[in-house]
Design a binder for this molecule. Structure first.
Ligand code: HAM
Length: 424
């Protein structure tokens, strides 16, 4: 790109401006409060990891690993990948820090940026934010119900409109192996009616055929055997118990026998929340059990369950209902104006003192005249404006009434502090 030409943010990424941060912060604050009441502690993992972690964890045959990873060689010749999801890394951390020695389950939550090289569209980006949690070390159906109820509760607390919870069970690795063969047979019988990419994956990932948008493939899948009808006794019993717990919690859900997810590590319970206000990318969040992942990554055999929610999709869903009134990121309790530019140094010091007292305070840094400074004070919504005069004097102006009093700056500071004790 030539010098002087404008550079834009990379495709599929966005800048988050101050007002947007306020909306994101609200989600994080609500989530943190909810999670900490349930005993979840926050975890952070690196934004990049060894490529092998995702290849093994997420699965070689998944879309994510095959075509969506930002993988590159670092200057030391190692293959590293920007994390496309959080669960594999959290399991790595669980093993690396010996967390299996802690009382189980270990409850962890996270929020951070994730990267997938997908075709960008509304609700689908190359860099996006996930908020999620994992409960590691329990195979009890109560753990499934707890995790699902936290997702349901969070979506409710945030006021996301038009949501629907779907759940399913994809059984354990053993029951799935037998079912896989049965499904492959069905797919081979109808090979001519299947979309090209579905046909290609009959051998490697036949379950993904349920995800196809292709009309003729969908007809074949309607008639396909369903995994939920082929669960072994223990898996079926587990699923029944999860449903029973959700009923007891009063959580609405529907059983979706075709619910398959784009990651290979799932076992038994899977679930997703969709929002009808969004277009093609309607899944706000989802997850499931991953009872084999930690062992797959070289750790002990430890069962786990979790989910992640896409923050951008939640924001889009909330926007579809918003009244357009935005909270403003900018604002100040006090504005300090100068009658003469020579007073700027005094203003700088005074602003500093006011801020130290815990009040928000601004001064003009654009070289405005006194009239312009008053306008700016209005714009930032100041309750008081302090005018510093050349003779060392000062005035305190209450913006709502226009009342003005001549006081020294010490007295003004005291007055501002005592007013702030009420509400400024
Ligand atoms: P996932 O379904 O791949 O699951 O992603 C979770 C959520 O992230 C999705 O429901 C969606 O809201 C959001 N999301 C995914 N890709 C994009 C994208 N390209 N742009 C915007 N949002 C996106 C996982 O990642 C699992 N790790 C969840 C989990 C945790 N399972 C067990 N524990």
């Amino acid at each position: 790109m030539g010098a002087g030409q404008k550079i834009k943010a990379p495709r599929g990424t966005e800048d988050i401006l101050p007002e947007a941060w306020l909306r994101r912060r609200r989600i994080e604050i609500e989530a943190e409060a909810l999670f900490s009441r349930a005993g979840y502690g926050r975890i952070g993992t690196p934004v990049f990891e060894d490529t092998d972690l995702f290849a093994r964890g997420v699965g070689e045959d998944t879309d994510i690993v095959q075509k969506e990873m930002f993988t590159f060689e670092d200057l030391g010749g190692r293959s590293v990948t920007l994390r496309p999801e959080g669960t594999a890394a959290i399991c790595r951390a669980y093993v690396e820090h010996g967390m299996h020695k802690l009382p189980q389950p270990v409850r962890l939550w996270y929020q951070g940026d994730f990267f997938r090289y997908e075709a960008p569209q509304a609700g689908r980006y190359r860099q996006f934010t996930q908020l999620g949690l994992e409960a590691i070390g329990s195979d009890l159906p109560e753990a499934d119900a707890e995790a699902i109820s936290l997702l349901d509760e969070l979506v409710r607390t945030l006021g996301v409109p038009g949501v629907r919870l779907a759940i399913g069970s994809i059984g354990s690795a053993d029951s799935r192996a037998a079912y896989r063969r049965e499904l492959q047979e069905h797919l081979r019988k109808h090979e001519q009616e299947l979309a090209h990419e579905v046909r290609e994956r009959i051998a490697t990932n036949p379950l993904r055929a349920f995800d196809s948008k292709d009309e003729s493939t969908r007809a074949v899948m309607e008639a396909a055997p369903k995994l939920v009808d082929r669960l072994d006794d223990a898996d079926a019993e587990h699923f029944e118990a999860v449903k029973g717990h959700l009923d007891a919690l009063g959580i609405d859900y529907e059983v979706d026998p075709t619910l398959v997810r784009g990651l290979d590590y799932y076992t038994r319970t899977v679930f997703a929340i969709k929002c009808d206000r969004l277009g093609a990318q309607s899944e706000i969040g989802g997850g499931g059990r991953f009872d084999g992942l930690i062992a797959e990554l070289g750790g002990p055999q430890v069962p786990a369950i979790g989910w992640a929610m896409g923050i951008e999709r939640v924001l889009l869903a909330l926007e579809s209902e918003s009244d357009g009134r935005e909270a403003s990121a900018q604002g100040a309790d006090v504005f300090v104006a100068v009658a003469d530019p020579d007073e700027r140094k005094r203003a700088l010091v005074f602003v500093h003192e006011v801020r130290r007292k815990g009040l928000s305070c601004e001064m003009d840094l654009a070289g405005r005249g006194l009239k312009g400074q008053f306008k700016q004070a209005d714009r930032v919504g100041a309750t008081y404006t302090v005018i510093l005069e050349p003779d060392g004097g000062a005035q305190l102006k209450e913006m709502s009434s226009g009342e003005q009093a001549e006081l020294d700056t010490g007295a003004i500071l005291d007055r501002l502090v005592s007013e702030a004790g009420g509400e400024l």
